[in-house]
Design a protein around this ligand. Structure first.
Ligand SMILES: Cc1ncc(COP(=O)(O)O)c(C=O)c1O
Length: 388
């Protein structure tokens, strides 16, 4: 494969970030120190929650929420197949059955209209995902959860900073449901290298998550006193210091990423015959995670894969976000899912192209990406349906 000249994603690190991490390294406390609490305080404020627990990844955040809610063998949780695998894996770890329902074709998030038909006597919860930063229909999911006495968990790993205006109120990502999860891998809006967080208003959930991330120790208990089964899902002081300075700049980062997205939307306007841009909504203050366009129906998955390969060969980072969870081989084996089960998810997943997208992406690089994409979309097809 050729060198990638314009990467798919890139972290946005400044001198403040370097300074705080260096300060931690110059001290004695590299774990379980003051930066964990500072970072958690900022995350709680950002998500409008009473509590935050910083953990080692978005996956561990989701896993701890599942454990704290007591979801276990025999339980079913309704969720989306159009997501990163961790949103289903966190259930499978605990022998909970993910029950997939299809997505809304515009928002690409779970379709609330499909949820109620999937409820059975074994259903204990709904796990929604804010796909590519775009909020799931939190109010609709909440309404269904309340009506059926189910717990709602919000996988907001991709949406830190997104705010939806609902009935005159601003609802931030992570605020919906009993608990929310964030993730801070380097492709995210803000990064801690690796990291994640649980946010919640439920004191019990917060306490359990904090205990379980620290090998089941209760607060104030001795190092070798373990009240329950736990894990080492802690996040180091270096990570938390970096997270603190990164989240402190979230408004600026959001603004820069919105400007990058707006430029793409404008540049892609002449390509509407071939591609559908990502959704926007005046009621949604979107914290852009990735920029994923969908090829129109006349393209096949083979056409899309050919375009991805050719973009990469031209040094342009790109990806087929997401490969549906229900079609992953181990999921098919475990749950008996198959192609055809979730047609909207499959139609979209076959045609997505994530373009290079990051906070410092330049206008010149975006113009180059769109020029190359235009050339590929308008040429006679080598692979695929030949319907154009
Ligand atoms: C929707 C979603 N859920 C969960 C995760 C898991 O986060 P992590 O990679 O930090 O474990 C991710 C990460 O990309 C994600 O996009």
């Amino acid at each position: 494969m050729s060198d990638i000249g314009i990467p798919l994603s890139s972290p946005y690190i400044d001198d403040d970030d370097r300074r705080v991490v260096n300060d931690v390294l110059n001290g004695r406390t590299l774990s379980i120190g003051p930066w964990v609490e500072r970072f958690e305080g900022l995350l709680a404020t950002t998500s409008g929650r009473a509590y935050a627990a910083a953990v080692s990844s978005g996956t561990s955040a989701l896993h701890l929420i599942v454990r704290a809610l007591g979801w276990s063998r025999g339980d079913e949780v309704i969720t989306t197949p159009f997501s990163f695998v961790a949103s289903a894996n966190c259930l499978i770890y605990e022998n909970v059955r993910p029950v997939f329902v299809d997505i809304d074709p515009v928002t690409r998030c779970i379709d609330p209209a499909a949820i109620e038909q999937a409820i059975t006597p074994r259903t204990v919860g709904i796990l929604s995902v804010d796909v590519f930063g775009y909020p799931a229909d939190w109010a609709a999911v909440e309404g269904i959860a309340r009506k059926h006495a189910l717990a709602h968990v919000s996988d907001s790993c991709e949406s830190l900073g997104t705010v939806r205006r609902e009935n005159g109120r601003d609802i931030p990502a992570g605020k919906s449901g009993v608990a929310g999860a964030f993730a801070f891998y380097p492709n995210k809006q803000i990064t801690t290298g690796e990291g994640g967080a649980v946010v919640t208003d439920d004191e019990r959930v917060a306490r359990l998550c904090r205990s379980m991330r620290n090998q089941g120790r209760d607060e104030g208990a001795g190092w070798l006193q373990h009240a329950r089964l736990g894990y080492n899902y802690r996040l180091s002081e270096m990570n938390c210091a970096l997270g603190f300075t990164q989240v402190s700049r979230l408004d600026e980062i959001k603004r820069l990423r919105s400007a990058v997205a707006a430029r793409y939307l404008q540049l892609l306007e002449p390509l509407r015959e071939w591609i559908e841009p990502p959704p926007t909504d005046p009621a949604v203050d979107l914290s852009w995670f990735v920029f994923v366009v969908s090829l129109r129906e006349q393209f096949t998955a083979e056409d899309r894969n050919d375009i991805l390969a050719r973009l990469r060969a031209r040094g342009i980072g790109c990806s087929n976000y997401f490969s549906p969870i229900h079609l992953q081989p181990y999921i098919q084996e475990h749950l008996g899912t198959a192609r055809g089960d979730y047609p909207v998810t499959e139609r979209i997943a076959d045609r997505t192209i994530a373009l290079p997208f990051y906070t410092a992406l330049t206008a010149a690089d975006q113009e180059h990406v769109v020029r190359e994409l235009t050339a590929l979309l308008t040429r006679p097809l080598a692979a695929g349906s030949g319907t154009r």
